[in-house]
Every structure is written in structure tokens, then in C-alpha cells.
Design a protein. Structure first.
Length: 318
């Protein structure tokens, strides 16, 4: 009987090893800390200068069938400081699931919409500084469906298909709320986005059309964004034009990254348009590599409210 139990245990253990041959669990993310400044933050009800910090850990699990279909899932653990300069405990995100084969990838659960996913449009461009307080998109009043790092997120679906230099992507989320914020941002109900991009001669042109439903109503607002990204001389550049029905004017933006040495780059961004109350947003910053996945970031600029902004700190990837 003992021999039978031992043999059975060995067989079960071997089967577990075989079943796990195609499975992987990976951990990765980054940490950052420094000083963050915004003039007249939130109308003076919060501190203008505070300690900025973030810890982000992605937990990715995946496996592959005998036929080559890959299944994967991600949850995230993240801790950020609070606006009143107090510390905050880390929280788990909702789960995002994925299945992919060849050029087709489908994600469900806690997903990003097409624009935020940045697969077909370079919406964020080159954001100067440690935090990304401003960028080429800064004057847009749209609130995008995005992966929630500390909450349940949207229960949606995101489909990407790639064929050579061409990509097409679509997403649907249900009753998402104001994830990214920004000037004039509004909470939305259902959302739908579809977009495509094409890469030619080291340049990528992408465009997205979306419909965002106002929360608690059947009224939807249209969203259009197009970006062109590539290289001019030694600089990497990105250009953006967007139009959100909730804004008064279209938004025009640009950003760039210029290497000034083996370890240092200068980053700049500009955004204009949007609501009439918005000022021109701009930022100028630097990024200096210290090696080992560690870098020093900093910037100064002005946001859409016309307030001076700045930050300085360290980021380390792991």
C-alpha cells in the first residue's frame, strides 16, 4: 500500500510539472519618488508642494496550449501618495485576461480603451518629468477608459489585430468613470473606440474614433484623435490633433525627445486648444540614466489652468 501511495504521489507530482511546462508567472514594475509642485493646486485646498511616490508591481501569469494559443492574466499592486501629502497603502487592481494567437490579441476585464492603450495612436507622446503632469494631450478634456491600477476597473473588451505595418484595434467598456482626469474631464457611461495605424519609412500614422456616453443618460459625445510619430534628425517627435465634443475647440499638440549625450535626453511638450478657459500647456524636462534601470527625471512648465508645475525625482525599473 505504501508503495502504491508513493508511486501515485510521484505520478501526480510529475503531471504537475508537465502541466506547468508552458506556464510562466512574472513580476515586474517600477518605483519612483521625488518632489512634486503645482501652483494653486485644487484652488489652494491642497498643498502646492508634496512628496511624490509610487510603487507599481505587475503580476503576469501565462500559459500556452499545444496548438500555440496563449492565455494570460495580469493584476497590479500599486501604492501612491495622497494629494494631502500623506502616505497610502498599496491596493490590488482588478484582473485583466488575455488570449492571443498570431496577430490577434483579445483582452477582457480591467482593460484600457483604444486611445489609452497606445497601440495605434501615440496619445501620450513624450511626457517631460517624473510624473507626466503635462504632455501633448494635456488640453484635451476627455476622460479615457483606462486600466485601473488600484481598483476593479472597467469590465470591457479590447481587440487588437496586427498584420505587418498595419494595426487595427477596437474596444468597448461599460460604465467607466473619470480615470485620468484633466481639465474639463467628465464621468462617462458606456464607451466604444475603434482605430488603426500604419507605419511607413519609420513614421507611424494612427487615428481613433470613439463615442463616450454621459453617465446616467443616453447622450453620447464623439471623440477623434490622430497622431504622427517618427524621427527628425536626432530627435524623436510626435504630433497630435484631437477633437472631443465636450470641448469648445480642437486640441493641437506636439512633443519631442532630444539626446544630448550617451545618458541624457531633453524632453519637451506643447498642447493648445480645448476649452476656452484652458491656457496653452507646455513642459521642458530632462531624463538622465544612472545605469541599472535607474534614472533621474525633472521638469518645469505650465498646465491647462495656467499654473506653474515642476517635479524632480528618481525612477527605478525592476
Amino acid at each position: 500500500m505504501k508503495k502504491l501511495l508513493i508511486a501515485t504521489t510521484a505520478l501526480v507530482g510529475t503531471a504537475s510539472v508537465v502541466a506547468a511546462d508552458n506556464a510562466n508567472v512574472n513580476f515586474g514594475g517600477y518605483g519612483r519618488f521625488g518632489i512634486l509642485y503645482e501652483e494653486d493646486r485644487a484652488g489652494g485646498t491642497e498643498e502646492d508642494t508634496r512628496i511624490e511616490s509610487r510603487f507599481r508591481l505587475n503580476i503576469d501569469a501565462s500559459t500556452e496550449t499545444d496548438g500555440g494559443i496563449r492565455f494570460a492574466a495580469r493584476v497590479r499592486v500599486e501604492a501612491n501618495e495622497n494629494a494631502n501629502n500623506s502616505a497610502n497603502a498599496a491596493s490590488f487592481s482588478g484582473a485583466r485576461f488575455q488570449v492571443s494567437s498570431g496577430g490577434l490579441r483579445v483582452r477582457v476585464g480591467n482593460i484600457s480603451g483604444v486611445t489609452d492603450a497606445a497601440n495605434v495612436v501615440n496619445y501620450f507622446g513624450f511626457e517631460p518629468g517624473l510624473v507626466g503632469q503635462t504632455g501633448q494631450y494635456a488640453n484635451s478634456g476627455v476622460s479615457l477608459p483606462a486600466f485601473s491600477s488600484t481598483g476593479a476597473g472597467n469590465n470591457g473588451i479590447n481587440v487588437l489585430y496586427e498584420m505587418g505595418d498595419f494595426k487595427v484595434m477596437a474596444s468597448y467598456t461599460d460604465d467607466h468613470t473619470d480615470n485620468l482626469g484633466g481639465a474639463g474631464a467628465t464621468a462617462f457611461g458606456d464607451s466604444f473606440e475603434i482605430g488603426a495605424s500604419y507605419t511607413f519609412s519609420a513614421w507611424t500614422l494612427g487615428a481613433v474614433y470613439g463615442e463616450f456616453e454621459d453617465a446616467g443618460s443616453d447622450v453620447s459625445e464623439d471623440w477623434i484623435v490622430a497622431t504622427l510619430s517618427g524621427t527628425i534628425g536626432i530627435a524623436d517627435v510626435s504630433f497630435l490633433v484631437s477633437d472631443f465634443e465636450g470641448d469648445d475647440d480642437a486640441v493641437f499638440g506636439a512633443s519631442a525627445s532630444f539626446p544630448v549625450g550617451a545618458a541624457t535626453s531633453i524632453l519637451a511638450s506643447f498642447s493648445d486648444g480645448g476649452d476656452d478657459a484652458n491656457d496653452t500647456s507646455y513642459g521642458l524636462g530632462f531624463r538622465h540614466s544612472l545605469g541599472g534601470g535607474v534614472r533621474l527625471d525633472g521638469m518645469v512648465g505650465s498646465n491647462a489652468a495656467g499654473n506653474t508645475i515642476a517635479d524632480l525625482g528618481v525612477r527605478f525599473d525592476f
